[in-house]
Design a protein around this ligand. Structure first.
Ligand code: NAI
Length: 245
């Protein structure tokens, strides 16, 4: 990936940070977008630079199209046009549907689904001009199976699957591939905030019997973002220890 520029949303921690580090270890220069924690973003940039990459962190709320567009422009001016876009930023606001506020439904869709569209919309013109590129959207097994208490999250992640397939069809002839990775239970802040009993119940539904690591997800993303996956588009690759089987 030497000479390529990757942009990872939500790259300051968790799965996004592992993806950023993996792409950097393969030679890419990496920009990360983050929502709020500047200290974590700065630390991630330090790690990326130590691996020999040019790196940049931009505070950007991907649910706001103008911010997304400005961030993509800043990356282009600083590192070069984006070759690899990873839509990883995501939030949860869990509640049973009967108690979920319309605002909490909309907020999750705004970040997880609209945010990914905003980033794709902002990056596509330059990708199409160069007739090459990779887009990987991080969805979730919850978007494929549904999950009680996650009507907003599951809807946003199922929407990401539709978005992935629609854009894949639109840009296939331009040398751009668009795929999704669907993690199951992965050890991050997101799962760390779950009630222990809920988490335990979730892991008991995993045939491999263990929680996944952020590297498990990053390896799958790196494959889809690399040259070896040139004939793969519109696919949803599950990284879930067999949970969906
Ligand atoms: P996390 O909560 O540790 O990190 C989320 C990242 O998204 C942070 O860097 C945060 O700054 C960023 N972010 C949040 N809102 C944003 C916004 N409006 N604009 C820009 N960035 C924003 O989450 P984790 O666990 O690393 O998850 C990463 C992705 O993987 C998410 O899309 C999540 O839905 C998905 N996922 C996670 C699973 C898990 O078990 N941890 C399972 C399946 C999918």
């Amino acid at each position: 990936m030497k000479g390529r520029v990757a942009l990872v949303t939500g790259g300051s921690r968790g799965i996004g940070r592992a993806i950023a580090l993996k792409l950097s270890s393969l030679g890419a220069d990496v920009a990360i977008l983050y929502a709020g924690r500047e200290d974590a973003a700065r630390e991630a940039v330090g790690l990326l630079e130590r691996q020999g990459s040019r790196a940049l962190a931009i505070q950007c709320d991907v649910s706001d199209y103008r911010q997304a567009e400005a961030a993509v422009k800043q990356v282009a001016e600083t590192l070069g046009n984006v070759d690899i876009l990873i839509n990883n930023a995501g939030i949860v606001r869990d509640a049973l549907a009967m108690r979920m506020s319309p605002e909490d439904f909309a907020a999750v869709v705004d970040v997880n689904l609209n945010g990914a569209f905003h980033m794709i919309r902002a990056c596509l013109p330059a990708l199409v001009r160069r007739r090459s590129g990779r887009i990987v959207n991080i969805t979730s097994v919850a978007g494929l199976m549904g999950n009680a208490g996650q009507a907003n999250y599951a809807s946003s992640k199922a929407g990401l699957v539709g978005l992935t397939k629609a854009i894949a069809r639109e840009v296939a002839s331009r040398g751009i591939t668009v795929n999704a990775v669907a993690p199951g239970f992965i050890e991050t802040d997101m799962t760390g905030s779950m009630a222990p009993a809920t988490l335990e119940k979730g892991i008991s539904a995993v045939p491999m019997g263990r929680i996944g690591s952020v590297e498990d997800v990053a390896n799958a993303v790196a494959f889809l973002a690399g040259d070896g996956a040139g004939y793969i588009t519109g696919c949803v690759l599950k990284v879930d220890g067999g949970m969906y089987i």
